[in-house]
Design a protein around this ligand. Structure first.
Ligand code: C5J
Length: 223
């Protein structure tokens, strides 16, 4: 048992680090680099970059503190059999999921764009969850992995705040996990959605979870 108190909103909370995992959502080239899925949707991918250095620091500290570390990637099978038509048929036809782009086929597993950015590359032993949807629990074995490791608390980083981070936090909250979302380790193409996404999580006494900056978390991980 390694009980620590984390400064967070709407309240500080005690967690046992032995039952806490770090989950890094979709820090993939497809979302953070030009030419990928994020840009094909008309977004300015540079907006996500400020999340990278704090995420890298938390990842290093979590590794040193021997936390379970989980990475997720959004993407589809090459035959797109796991991609609903309703998801594929959005956006400009030449730039849809499965179309060829500068980083390979857009949002398809095994293509360069699907990779996690080099700064946050997973190391051996860190599970990677390949997810076809926005939520990391939907059609994946994430829940089983967390249960096997007796995890109760999740430190959540990644992109985008209001889409895959928020969806995953809501799924996790309904499954009984305490989620602490690290505000500066998340990012959105829309600054106002980033703020709203965090506000929705911590409102009403923490209806979906807690929000903390990375510094208080680094403090307890380093201790
Ligand atoms: C999006 C994600 N924004 N990882 N995916 O489509 O948030």
């Amino acid at each position: 048992m390694r009980a620590v108190s984390i400064e967070a909103e709407p309240t500080a909370l005690w967690v046992d680090l032995d039952r806490t995992a770090l989950i890094i959502i979709d820090m993939q080239r497809d979302f953070l680099e030009p030419g990928g899925f994020g840009e094909t949707l008309g977004n300015d991918v540079k907006r996500l970059l400020p999340a990278v250095p704090p995420c890298r620091d938390v990842l290093a500290a979590a590794r040193a503190a021997k936390l379970l570390i989980i990475h997720t990637r959004e993407g589809h099978r090459p035959d797109l059999s796991d991609a609903p038509r309703a998801k594929i048929e959005r956006g400009e036809p030449a730039m849809r999921i499965g179309a060829p782009g500068p980083m390979g086929r857009i949002l398809v597993r095994g293509e360069p764009g699907h990779d996690i950015i080099p700064e946050l590359k997973p190391v051996d032993g860190e599970p990677i969850i390949d997810k076809p949807g926005k939520g990391a629990f939907h059609q994946t074995d994430l829940h089983q992995i967390l249960q096997k490791h007796e995890i109760e608390n999740l430190l959540v980083c990644g992109v985008t705040t209001e889409v895959c981070v928020n969806t995953t936090v809501r799924e996790a909250n309904d499954r009984g996990f305490r989620c602490i979302v690290l505000s500066d380790c998340c990012g959105s193409y829309f600054p106002e959605f980033h703020e709203a996404g965090l506000a929705m999580i911590k409102a009403q006494g923490g209806i979906f979870g807690w929000v903390s900056a990375s510094q208080p978390v680094l403090k307890v991980l380093h201790a």
